[in-house]
Design a protein around this ligand. Structure first.
Ligand code: THU
Length: 139
């Protein structure tokens, strides 16, 4: 699956967005290390805070089906280049430290990033593992 196909899947998912409050539609599509595709849309809830972004919908679908390593994720939204929010960047960090992040307007107009560019000096699972192994910095 190449970049353009992943964007196509994200655009399809965007069509499923449930956005009665913001009317801002986002779609995401990811490919896992074992070449499975998962898609997601944003889902809004009337009390607002339970709202889920498209990226996290796709990632949680993948992880809950046993696919914990993301190779690439494509994101499309109603803004001119819709970038993943901070929370979603952290979730991508958990399951796709080296993932390619494709921020697209269309199949022909997109930008590619590594997670490190969008979330530099990030905190992740390795930091906890390392601290636990050592017994903590101040111990
Ligand atoms: N949204 C996403 O789905 N992904 C992002 O990374 C940015 C924001 C959604 C959440 C909400 O439903 C709407 O866009 C407006 O914030």
């Amino acid at each position: 699956m190449d970049t353009r196909e992943l964007i196509e899947k994200a655009l399809e998912a965007q069509g499923k967005a449930y956005v009665p409050y913001s009317n801002f539609r986002v779609g995401a599509a990811l490919i896992t290390e074992d070449d499975e595709i998962f898609t997601g849309c944003n889902i809004e809830i009337s009390s607002y805070s339970p709202t889920l972004c498209a990226e996290r919908t796709a990632i949680f679908k993948a992880v809950s089906e046993g696919h914990k390593k993301i190779k690439a994720i494509a994101i499309v939204g109603d803004a001119n280049f819709t970038y993943p929010c901070g929370v979603c960047r952290q979730v991508i960090r958990e399951f796709g430290k080296d993932a390619k992040i494709i921020v697209a307007n269309s199949k022909d107009e997109y930008r590619e990033y590594k997670l490190d560019e969008l979330l530099p000096h990030s905190f992740g699972p390795e930091n906890l593992e390392e601290a636990n192994t050592r017994g903590g910095k101040n111990v």
